[in-house]
Design a protein around this ligand. Structure first.
Ligand code: BT5
Length: 259
């Protein structure tokens, strides 16, 4: 594999959360490119206090520390870079590229959730939220669930894995190497306007949400409409019938199929 900025890979048998670990490392001054990967997380995090589940030794649980130079409004593109790289890596290892459900999921061919991305930044790091460290974690369901019956009731019918979706038993180390190789040039792209335009256009092309009728749930309101576009900052544009609204990833509780 050609060399990337991701040379410092820290491996854990068990940890609470790889995102939590790298946020602490970032606060202590760790440089861009540190990677944390765990066989098991005891407190794997989803968005908004939700949990990420994975039995020990089955799936890829990894976080990367980035220090991207990009405007605060475009911070979501750091998650996008990881989602695109993960989709490429799954395609390379298993022969089928997962689609991206805005803002942060990868979906299998049957439309079930195959992976989730969580970007976290410490708001105290920079006054306007730009240029500070951001930790982007991804959980990719590789070998679990192996069969539908593996899923707990709360994930039944909604989650899948590379194995269940494609029938291919992918090696987690190979998948991680593919992800980091595909991510490295995209992190470069975050730093320039042209690179960010290219990332947002890749997202638009692979985003299964664009073209769908959706219900957007925000903390204080929800509304429905047709998702028509992704902006160059990575925001979702929704045509409500009475006008267009641009939805910021960090504000979203859920985006669900509507009607
Ligand atoms: C996410 O949150 O999808 C982000 C998940 C990020 C996990 C990675 S693992 C490495 C790194 N370290 C961490 O601590 N976290 C990151 P969200 O969109 O909020 O989705 C969470 C919801 O997905 C849960 O409430 C469940 O309904 C569902 N879920 C939990 N585990 C799942 C799994 N393995 N597969 C599919 N869905 C799952």
């Amino acid at each position: 594999m050609r060399s990337t900025r991701f040379t410092d890979i820290r491996r854990f048998d068990t940890i609470d959360s790889t995102n939590r670990y790298l946020l602490d490392e970032a606060r202590a001054g760790a440089p861009e490119g540190v990677v944390a990967v765990a066989d098991h997380q005891e407190a794997g995090r989803g968005r908004l206090g939700r949990r990420w589940e994975a039995p020990p030794g089955t799936n890829l649980l990894v976080s990367v520390l980035l220090r991207p130079r990009l405007p605060a409004a475009s911070r979501h593109l750091a998650s996008t870079a990881v989602a695109l790289a993960a989709s490429d890596a799954v395609a390379r290892c298993a022969g089928s590229a997962p689609g991206i459900k805005w803002p942060n999921d990868l979906l299998g061919r049957d439309g079930r959730k195959l992976a989730g991305v969580l970007a976290e930044a410490d708001p105290g790091d920079t006054p306007d939220g730009s240029d500070g460290p951001v930790v982007v974690g991804i959980g990719i369901n590789v070998g679990w669930p192996a069969v539908e019956a593996d899923l707990p009731p709360e994930l039944a019918g909604t989650a899948t894995s590379v194995l269940l979706d494609t029938g291919v038993a992918v090696d987690r180390q190979e998948l991680l190497a593919g992800l980091l190789a595909a991510l490295d040039p995209r992190v470069d792209a975050l730093a320039t306007p042209g690179g960010r335009t290219a990332l947002s256009s890749e997202l638009r092309d692979r985003c299964v949400t664009v073209g769908a009728r959706v219900r957007v749930v925000l903390p204080a309101e929800s509304f429905e409409g047709i998702a028509t576009d992704v902006t160059t900052e990575g925001h979702l544009v929704v045509d409500t019938g009475r006008g267009r609204r641009s939805v910021v990833a960090g504000d979203v509780v859920h985006v669900r199929p509507a009607g």
